[in-house]
Design a protein around this ligand. Structure first.
Ligand SMILES: [Fe+2]
Length: 315
């Protein structure tokens, strides 16, 4: 029996002129009842085709080509970020979706060098978008997930850390390294019992002790992946240290906690408070900042928190 082909709509603006596609592109008639071939797989998109694409309303690929399409977006993510014809909200969405998928792979396969390699261009792209467009933070914040999952939490924290780091004057490769540390900060959770990570409720003391292992497990994974940058490593290992020295795993205090770890800690708490969990409603930005400012002096670096408040006010 002949298999019926399924199609999905894609963002036509990601198709880059002069690049080869390894999936077939289709157009649909007005009623979407039939598909017309537009460009065969293995073709290089020329300027005429790119122009014709711009006039089209929608573009489709076959469902079974989804992975090839995702790899294409991944490969061209930097040129997509630079494209003048893609509005910032759409760019933010494309980057966010790609990054979510890379982080999912990373948590499923935490010791794969390949997956970690994939996170790098994404972090760099986020840095580039944030630096090029002052409204990027707004677009990215609009789409940050509102329900708490470890994977999306890692992405939200890296978006906050990058914008906050940029606001604090961190630049270039230093900012990219901060983004990497934030993206990987909870990677150790991939080694903690799934039941504990996804528990529908507050953890028991014993479960919490197990959960606490994630920061040093994350540090171990990062070392295995060949990450040797002490700033990235400390961002992962020390994001749960507290200013008063009562955090974990090493109970270090104040400025002994690296700036990366202190920035990630602020972003980590902010995201945890502003996302929904099965046992709590999300706080608004205002409520979260108020709570952090009033009751977390012992925990967070208040200078960094004030930078975040200043950054959020400027939006
Ligand atoms: Fe954590």
């Amino acid at each position: 029996m002949k298999k019926t082909k399924r199609y999905k709509s894609i963002d036509k603006r990601v198709i880059t002129e002069g690049e080869k596609i390894d999936f077939t592109l289709y157009l649909s008639n007005e009623t979407k009842t039939s598909m017309t071939l537009f460009l065969q797989s293995d073709s290089v998109v020329d300027s005429g085709e790119k122009f014709r694409l711009q006039q089209m309303e929608r573009l489709y690929i076959e469902d079974e080509d989804s992975l090839c399409y995702e790899a294409y977006v991944q490969k061209h993510i930097q040129s997509i970020a630079r494209a003048e014809d893609i509005p910032i909200d759409s760019k933010a969405l494309i980057i966010y979706e790609r990054a979510t998928s890379v982080i999912n792979e990373m948590f499923h396969n935490p010791e794969s060098l390949e997956t970690v390699k994939n996170t790098k261009p994404l972090v760099n792209t986020m840095v580039e978008v944030i630096l090029r467009d002052s409204s990027a933070i707004e677009s990215l914040m609009k789409i940050t997930a509102h329900d708490y999952y470890t994977h999306t939490h890692s992405l939200n924290v890296s978006i906050y850390a990058l914008t906050l780091g940029n606001h604090m004057g961190i630049e270039g490769s230093e900012l990219e390294r901060l983004g990497m540390a934030a993206m990987l900060h909870d990677i150790g959770k991939s080694k903690v019992d799934y039941e504990i990570i996804n528990k529908n409720g507050i953890l028991t003391e014993e479960e919490f002790d197990t959960m606490k292992n994630h920061s040093h497990l994350g540090h171990e994974i990062a070392l295995k992946l060949g990450i040797s940058d002490p700033k990235i490593l400390s961002g992962i290992r020390h994001h749960h240290e507290m200013i008063n020295g009562r955090g974990y795993p090493d109970q270090i205090n104040g400025e002994k906690i690296s700036p990366f770890a202190r920035i990630i800690a602020v972003c980590d708490v902010f995201d945890a408070l502003t996302t929904r969990r099965s046992y709590k409603n999300p706080m608004s930005t205002f409520e979260a900042i108020k709570l952090m400012k009033e009751s977390m002096h012992e925990h967070l670096d208040m200078t960094i928190l004030h930078s975040m408040i200043h950054m959020l006010r400027k939006r």
